[in-house]
Design a binder for this molecule. Structure first.
Ligand code: TRP
Ligand code: ZN
Length: 880
């Protein structure tokens, strides 16, 4: 077992730095293996810092070349330098400039943090703690400084030289083959927002004129040569984002130029560096033949997310990394709202809730559970989680539901006004809303400090004589690591009462809890809410739009659920009712298959048949209504002694029964939805494709029904959504055409690594025992590489998180393979290795045999020597 485990950083230990930094001048001389970085950093002692107090700067794998203070070299006993720290023992009392020269090796940087090369392009990734891999620094978000960056490189290696801010100077260096550029960013920023890019890139340009003050902003997207034709959608999404932030939040862009660079080796989705966003190319490049509708939606969302960070992240940043949700939760909320306005709000809400339930709920229910604002961490990279991002966004959404649209906007305006140019905290954020609306948010703040998914248990009583409905609502929250008991949360429960004819019902009086229009505000562990003056027994529709990130257990009868599925005018709860009906069947089918009565399945099938043909719903919504809960969803709901093979069998049986019942209608729909118009990534066309593909999926589940139609669908496809969905069906059903289609796909797209990622994923998620051997073979395929995070996620990540039966194989071989991969990858890229390991987070819900095998694999990882702090941290917490 590793013994040198880092001591945790604690929120309660926060102290400002003893010295502040006003300006940073960087001079970066690029060379693939020996880049020289000269940093001139202007420090000043803070008022309450004792004269002579030492200055400690963070480093990470750095090599110090030289050091001087106010122009004179420092004596050997005036400082101490190691690869990860530089200490100046007695700095001057008055402001001083430290000049630090370091030498770094971008080619050897396989962690993709700091300065590295991706397909020959120099780029940086500094969040969270990558800047210290470039120079020694106060590398924390509360140290804000103005940066000027000079980059020098050989013209032939790097004709393009970029950094944050506005360009101020550029030119050739006489008598050499080198050139330089200088960039100045006038906005003070923390080091994690620094960025620099240099390489031979193509540029697509456009411009945007702001609505609020008519300022013209130059827009540029840089990509590898040959990809210029795949940037149109990203550019359009950027312009729509810029306009939307002005309209919805009153936020205007602030520099003269906004740049996006797409790189192929990137640890995460994208990064919001001031004025110079760096993207995983997967979230920039798209054309109909290569990108699915989901890819288009992802590009739109991520472009918006990074752009919106300019205000929520860059202009107002975080005081420390515990406040990560201050920028991430808020910015996810903003990008979700943007996509809702661009597309269908109902469809977007269902998609976001599915994502939350699929990723955040299991995190919150397992050993890796943590509060949205954690209070301690050993490795901050491991806290870029679904909880911080997705649950963080839900808290902001609840705030809006609770305070109303106007109150929310007033709070946001006050937040921007008060904290622009600052490094803020969650307390600052909440106080802006409390002050703007005169509301006490102390109890609401518990959402940031208490982990775990709360449950609301609801029960109803209808008094026919008095014509009153009593709804009892009880909230509770299970223990999570380090938090045995929880206090009640403030929960906004949006609701409606539906009368026998399907219309919303009015009541004359309500008591027992605060009710604001259509929202019941829960504050206590238990409330009895009484509605009086109702004309008949209503069916309640609770938690409309998923107004709080909780589990709702309302014990509704099948009859009431079917009623809600037909009549609820909240589309989310309509979807929820169908899901609940299906889930009840699927759970029982997995746990006690013999108790599953065919008339129950027929009832669900009839409902789905009805829904599929209901022209009142947009096709995208019908597609979501028709989709059965996934195997992982079912496992999560079962929660203990999970047997993935039984779940798969039950799901398959229900799917086949539904397909059989609805075959005629589905076949008609499939024909009717064939699109004659040329491909468009617009939401409406995407929705029709999605619905057509869902019915194709059902039809293909019936043996014999599948083959010809699915293979024809594959061959006829004029876009990647259709082609990929058909390929997946052929491969996952072991169709006779599967191999032929895989070969065809490889022939068409073999040179396009981003597209080949889809090909890898389709094979890695096939639910067969041969899959593991196939994956081993694919690791030797020319498209695959252990140095590229997208490839690893596409093949091995997809296996670990998207292949329930094979990752969780009864012989443990799936666990062992992923553990082996984590251990070898950890040497190269700890951040990606740690994320892969977190696929084990739900190991305790498995049945005893698989549970023991998963635990053994996790222990083997935890006990290995020379682990990164990233992998060590995930392994240790997963076993706690
Ligand atoms: N701030 C980025 C975002 O959410 C996330 C990010 C990008 C990141 N690259 C990273 C986080 C590397 C940690 C490490 O928009
Ligand atoms: Zn973000």
């Amino acid at each position: 077992m590793r013994t040198d485990v880092a001591t945790p950083v604690r929120l309660e230990d926060y102290r400002p730095t003893p010295y502040a930094i006003s300006t940073v001048d960087l001079d970066i001389r690029l060379a693939p293996k020996a880049t020289k970085v000269t940093a001139r950093i202007a420090f000043s002692r803070r008022e309450d810092t004792a004269v002579g107090q030492s200055l400690e700067l963070a480093g990470d794998e750095l090599k110090l070349v030289s050091l001087s203070l106010d122009g004179s070299a420092l004596a050997a006993d005036d400082f101490e330098a190691s690869a990860d720290k530089l200490t100046i023992h007695t700095p001057p009392a008055d402001p001083f400039v430290l000049e630090i020269v370091t030498e770094i090796d971008p080619d050897a940087n396989s962690k993709l943090m700091g300065l590295y090369r991706s397909s020959g392009t120099y780029c940086t990734q500094c969040e969270a703690e990558g800047f210290r891999r470039i120079t020694y620094f106060l590398d924390r978000p509360d140290v804000l400084a103005v940066y000027t960056t000079r980059i020098e490189a050989r013209k032939s290696d790097a004709p393009i030289l970029l950094a944050n801010g506005n360009p101020t100077e550029a030119g050739d260096i006489e008598g050499t083959d080198r050139h330089f550029a200088v960039w100045h960013d006038p906005f003070p920023k923390p080091s994690y927002l620094f960025a620099m890019v240099a390489g031979d890139l193509a540029c697509v340009t456009d411009s945007y004129t702001t609505l609020l003050s008519g300022r013209e902003v130059e827009l540029r997207i840089y990509v590898e040569h040959g990809n210029e034709g795949r940037c149109d959608y990203a550019m359009d999404a950027l312009k729509r984002s810029m306009r939307w932030d002005e309209e919805a939040f009153g936020r205007e862009y602030d520099l003269d130029i906004f740049m996006i660079v797409a790189v192929s080796d990137f640890n995460m989705g994208a990064m919001e560096n001031k004025g110079l966003n760096v993207f995983n190319d997967k979230y920039v490049l798209a054309k109909p033949e290569t990108a699915t509708d989901q890819d288009y939606a992802g590009i739109e969302g991520v472009i918006a997310h990074e752009y919106f960070h300019n205000w929520t992240g860059d202009r107002i940043t975080c005081r420390d990394w515990f406040q990560l949700c201050l920028k991430e939760g808020l910015t996810v909320f903003r990008d979700q709202e943007f996509s809702s306005d661009m597309r269908s709000r109902a469809v977007k809400r269902i998609a976001d809730v599915r994502l939350l339930q699929a990723h955040q709920f299991p995190e919150d229910g397992g050993p890796l559970a943590h509060p949205v604002r954690p209070t301690a961490y050993r490795q901050i990279n491991n806290f870029y989680t679904a909880t911080v991002y997705e649950k963080g966004a839900e808290i902001v959404r609840m705030l809006k539901t609770y305070l109303g649209d106007e109150g929310f906007r007033a709070g946001m305006d006050l937040y921007f006004e008060r904290h622009d140019g600052e490094a803020a905290t969650i307390e600052d954020f909440l106080k802006s809303f409390a002050d703007a609306t005169d509301t006490d948010l102390d109890q609401f703040a518990l959402w940031y400090s208490q982990a775990g998914t709360p449950t609301i248990k609801a029960s109803e009583n209808w008094d026919e004589a008095a014509k009153t409905l009593t709804i009892e609502l009880e909230q509770s929250c299970a223990p999570t690591p380090g938090q045995e008991t929880k206090q009640p949360f403030t929960m906004p429960v949006r609701f409606g009462l539906i009368g026998p004819n399907g219309n919303e019902m009015e009541w004359s009086a309500v008591s027992g809890a605060e009710v604001r229009e259509d929202v019941i505000v829960l504050t206590e562990a238990s409330h009895k809410v009484v509605f009086e003056g109702l004309s008949a027994r209503p069916v309640s529709s609770l938690l409309r739009g998923f107004s709080a990130p909780v589990r709702l257990d309302d014990g509704k009868s099948r009859e009431d659920l079917v009623f809600l599925a037909r009549h609820d005018n909240d589309p989310f709860n309509r979807w929820q009712a169908v899901q609940t009906l299906a889930m009840q069947l699927l759970k029982r089918g997995a746990q006690a298959p013999t108790t599953l009565a065919s008339d129950e399945i027929q009832e669900l099938a009839a409902l789905l048949g009805e829904v599929s043909a209901d022209e009142n719903f947009e096709p995208a919504l019908r597609a979501q209504l028709l989709q059965l809960p996934s195997e992982a969803d079912i496992a999560r709901e079962i929660g203990t002694d999970v047997d993935p093979d039984a779940i798969k069998a039950a799901r398959k049986a229900v799917e086949v029964a539904i397909a059989g019942h609805c075959l005629e209608g589905f076949a008609e729909l499939y024909e009717a939805l064939a699109d004659e118009a040329p491909y468009s990534p617009e939401a409406a066309a995407a929705g029709r494709r999605a619905l057509r593909l869902v019915v194709l999926d059902y039809m293909a589940s019936i043996e014999g029904e599948a083959s010809a139609r699915t293979f024809a669908h594959y061959n006829a496809a004029d876009n990647m959504s259709d082609r990929l969905a058909a390929l997946r069906l052929l491969v996952h059903r072991a169709d006779t055409h599967a191999q032929e289609a895989l070969e065809d796909f490889e022939t068409r797209f073999g040179k396009d690594a981003l597209v080949m990622d889809k090909w890898l994923t389709v094979q890695a998620t096939a639910p067969f025992p041969e899959t593991l051997a196939r994956i081993r073979t694919l690791t030797a395929h020319p498209t695959f590489s252990y140095s590229n995070p997208n490839r690893i996620r596409a093949l091995i990540g997809a296996f670990a998180t998207g292949n329930q039966t094979q990752f969780n194989r009864a012989d443990g071989a799936g666990f062992e393979f992923v553990a082996d991969t984590v251990l070898s990858l950890d040497k190269r890229n700890p951040q990606v290795a740690a994320r892969l390991l977190s696929a084990f987070r739900s190991w305790r819900v498995l049945e005893p045999g698989r549970r023991a095998l998963a635990e053994a694999a996790l222990r083997r990882v935890a006990q290995s020597s020379d682990l990164s702090s990233d992998v060590q941290d995930i392994a240790a917490r997963s076993l706690q």
